[in-house]
Design a protein around this ligand. Structure first.
Ligand code: TEU
Length: 571
C-alpha cells in the first residue's frame, strides 16, 4: 500500500473547511453485512465484529441503513417505532455499544432518517386510521373521486399512490408501498414529533443523518392531478413542494444547528439550482444525493428498460454538478447504494475487466469534489447477482414492478422481463457481503435471507486482503490519496476533454501557501486501448496512482489500457 505525506497546505479558508467535506463515508446495509447469531439476517453484533475492517479502509463515517422497529416490507424504510431497535438487529444496548466502538475507532455514525412516511404499523397510523382526534390529521386522508382514488398520482413502486382503508372509510396517500403512508407535514404536531425524534437521536451522540426522500415532504395544495405522461405521475406536485424550504429550515433552526453533525438529503429529481438552495451557506442541509448519473443506462427515460450509456453524458452531468456547486453548496458523490445495482455491472465490465473497471470507477468517485460514499462491497468490486427466478428476489420494488409489467400488453411471461428485472433490481446491492471463500461467503452460519452471489469464491475480503493488486487494496490507496491531498477535497474541477468519447480527463487545482497543488486524473472508461493528448502545461509531473503497473511520469501523450486510471501530480 502506498502512503503519502499528510496535508501541508494552508490555502483553504477556515470557514470553508468542514470535517464532513474531508470525510469518506462507508455505507452499511446491516441486513446483509454480517450475521452473528445464524438466523440468516445481518445484525449489530455482527457489524461490531467487522468494524476493524471498515476502519482499515480509512473510512471516516459510517452511514447505517434503518435498524428501527419495522415489519420490514421495505427492509426498514417502513418504520413502526422511531425510537427502538428491531429485534432482527439486536437491542438498544447493542446499538449503544456500536456507537461507542465506532467512536473508539475515530469514526462517526450517521443514521437514516425516514420521515416522509411511516409503516402502517406505527402507532400514529393505527390511531389515525381509527379517527383518534389527536392523530386523525397525522396522515393524508381523502375521499375518493367517484369510485376511484382522489387523484392520478402513482406510487414509485408501481400502481396508484392511494389505498382505501376500510376502517377510516377513506383513502390514504403513499408515495411508496401501500404499507408506507405519507405523514402530513402540514400538521404542526407531526413536525413537532419528528423534530423531537431527531433531537432524541442527536442527544444519544450520533453524528448526523441521511434523510430519506426528504424533498418529498410538502405536497401541493389541493393535491391536483399530475401530468399523466411524466416518469413519476404527480411528482411535479410533491417534489420540492411549496412548503419544503420552510419545513427543512425549521428542522435546521430548531434542532440540527444545535449540534456539530452532517446531513445529507436523498432527493429524487433534484436540480443543481435546488441543490444550491438546499445545501448552500444558508441552506438547511450540508449536501444532497441527486440521481442523474444513475439514469444513464435507462432506455427512453424508463427505469425498467435497459439502454446503452455514453460517457459524454456522464461528463456533462458531472461537470454541471461540479461547477454548479463550486461556489455554493456541496456534492455527495456516489455510484452505489442499497437501491442501485452494482456499478461494475452497469458502467464497467464485470466479465473481462472486473478488477480494472472497479478500480477505474472508484478512482472517479474518490477524485471529484464532494463527499464520496462507498457502499459495502463496492470496494471489492462486487457485481450483480445472476437471478434465475423471481422467487429468489426479495425487493418489494422489483416484485411489484414485475407484476405491473406483466399486466401490460407488452409482455406475456416472466422470461420476457427477466433480464430487465435481474439487471435493475435493488436486490443486486443487497446480496450478502462477501467475507470469505467459504460457505455463504462467511456472512452467516444459517440460511441467508437472500441468495449469496455465487462469485464469492473469487470476490471476497479474505482473498483480497492477501492480494496486493486487489480492488480492496486499491481503494485503500485511493482513500489515502484523498486524505493527503487537499486539492482533491477543496480544489477546482476542470474537464479538459469534454468531447472525448471514451477518455475522461480532469484536473483538481488548489492554491495553497506553498504554491499550487494540482492533480490530473486520466480515465479510460471502456475496453479498448486509447491514446490521448492531454492539453495541460506543467514543469514536473509524477504519477501518484494507477490501476496498472506503470512508471511513466509524462502525462502529455498517454496510452491507456482498457479501463486504465491514472492520477498525476503536476507542478
Ligand atoms: O429511496 C427513494 C427512491 O425513490 C429511490 O432511491 C429509488 O429506490 C431509486 O431511485 C431507484 O433507482 C428511498 C430509499 O433509499 C429506499 O430504499 C426506500 O425504498 C424508499 O426511499 C422509500 O423509503
Amino acid at each position: 500500500m502506498t502512503t503519502y505525506e499528510t496535508r501541508t497546505n494552508g490555502g483553504v479558508a477556515d470557514d470553508e473547511r468542514a470535517w464532513w467535506k474531508e470525510a469518506v463515508v462507508y455505507q452499511i446495509y446491516p441486513r446483509s453485512f454480517a450475521d452473528s447469531d445464524g438466523d440468516g439476517f445481518g445484525d449489530l453484533p455482527g457489524l461490531i465484529n467487522r468494524l476493524d475492517y471498515v476502519s482499515s479502509l480509512g473510512a471516516d463515517v459510517i452511514w447505517l441503513n434503518p435498524i428501527y422497529d419495522s415489519p420490514q416490507r421495505d427492509n426498514g424504510y417502513d418504520i413502526s417505532d422511531y425510537q427502538s431497535i428491531d429485534d432482527e438487529y439486536g437491542t438498544m444496548d447493542d446499538w449503544e455499544e456500536l456507537l461507542s466502538e465506532i467512536h473508539a475507532r475515530d469514526m462517526k455514525l450517521v443514521m437514516d432518517l425516514v420521515v416522509n412516511h411511516t409503516s402502517v404499523d406505527h402507532e400514529w397510523f393505527q390511531k389515525s386510521r381509527r379517527g383518534d382526534p389527536e392523530y386523525e390529521d397525522y396522515y393524508i386522508w381523502r375521499e375518493g373521486d367517484g369510485d376511484g382514488p382522489p387523484n392520478n398520482w402513482q406510487s414509485f413502486f408501481g400502481g396508484s399512490a392511494w389505498t382505501y382503508d376500510e376502517e377510516r372509510e377513506a383513502y390514504y396517500l403513499h408515495l411508496y408501498d401501500t404499507s408506507q403512508p405519507d405523514l402530513n407535514w402540514e400538521n404542526e404536531a407531526v413536525r413537532r414529533d419528528v423534530f423531537e425524534t431527531i433531537e432524541w437521536w442527536l442527544e444519544k451522540g450520533i453524528d448526523g443523518f441521511r434523510m430519506d426522500v426528504i424533498n418529498l415532504l410538502s405536497k401541493a395544495d389541493g393535491l391536483p392531478d399530475g401530468d399523466p405522461d411524466s416518469e413519476w405521475v404527480g411528482s411535479e406536485h410533491f417534489i420540492d413542494g411549496p412548503r419544503i424550504t420552510e419545513y427543512l429550515d425549521a428542522m435546521d433552526e430548531q434542532v440540527l444547528s444545535n449540534y456539530d453533525v452532517m446531513t445529507v438529503g436523498e432527493m429524487p429529481q433534484l436540480s443543481v439550482e435546488q441543490a444550491k438552495s438546499y445545501t448552500g451557506t444558508d441552506g438547511p442541509l450540508d449536501m444532497a444525493f441527486h440521481f442523474q448519473h444513475t439514469k444513464l443506462d435507462y432506455a427512453e427515460n424508463q427505469r425498467w428498460a435497459i439502454g446503452e450509456w455514453d460517457l459524454e453524458e456522464l461528463k456533462e452531468i458531472t461537470s454541471r454538478w461540479q461547477n454548479g456547486l463550486a461556489e455554493e453548496g456541496w456534492n455527495a458523490i456516489y455510484w452505489e447504494n442499497h437501491d442501485q445495482p452494482r456499478v461494475v455491472s452497469r458502467y464497467g465490465d464485470p466479465v473481462n475487466y472486473r478488477r480494472e473497471s472497479a478500480k477505474l470507477l472508484g478512482t472517479f468517485s474518490l477524485t471529484l469534489s464532494g463527499t464520496p460514499y462507498i457502499y459495502q462491497g463496492q470496494e471489492l468490486g462486487m457485481t450483480n447477482s445472476p437471478w434465475t427466478s423471481i422467487a429468489d428476489m426479495r425487493d418489494v420494488d422489483a416484485i411489484n414492478h414485475a407484476k405491473a409489467l406483466l399486466e401490460t400488453d407488452d409482455y406475456d411471461e416472466y422470461t420476457d422481463i427477466q433480464d430487465t428485472i435481474s439487471y435493475r433490481s435493488r436486490d443486486n446491492a443487497r446480496t450478502p457481503m462477501q467475507w470469505e471463500p467459504s460457505e455463504n461467503a462467511g456472512f452467516t452460519e444459517g440460511d441467508p435471507w437472500i441468495q449469496v452471489n455465487p462469485n464469492y469464491d473469487e470476490v471476497n475480503v479474505g482473498d483480497a486482503e492477501d492480494d496486493p493488486d486487489s480492488v480492496l487494496n486499491y481503494y485503500r490507496d485511493l482513500l489515502d490519496l484523498r486524505d493527503s491531498h487537499d486539492a482533491l477535497v477543496y480544489g477546482d474541477y476542470c474537464d479538459l476533454l469534454p468531447d472525448h468519447e471514451s477518455v475522461y480527463v480532469y484536473t483538481r487545482t488548489l492554491g495553497t501557501a506553498e504554491g499550487t497543488e494540482r492533480l490530473l486524473v486520466v480515465l479510460n472508461f471502456f475496453g479498448d486501448e486509447e491514446t490521448v493528448e492531454v492539453p495541460v502545461k506543467f514543469e514536473t509531473a509524477s504519477l501518484l496512482l494507477s490501476n496498472y503497473d506503470r512508471d511513466d511520469d509524462d502525462p502529455t501523450t498517454v496510452t491507456l489500457a482498457p479501463y486504465e486510471a491514472r492520477v498525476y501530480e503536476l507542478r
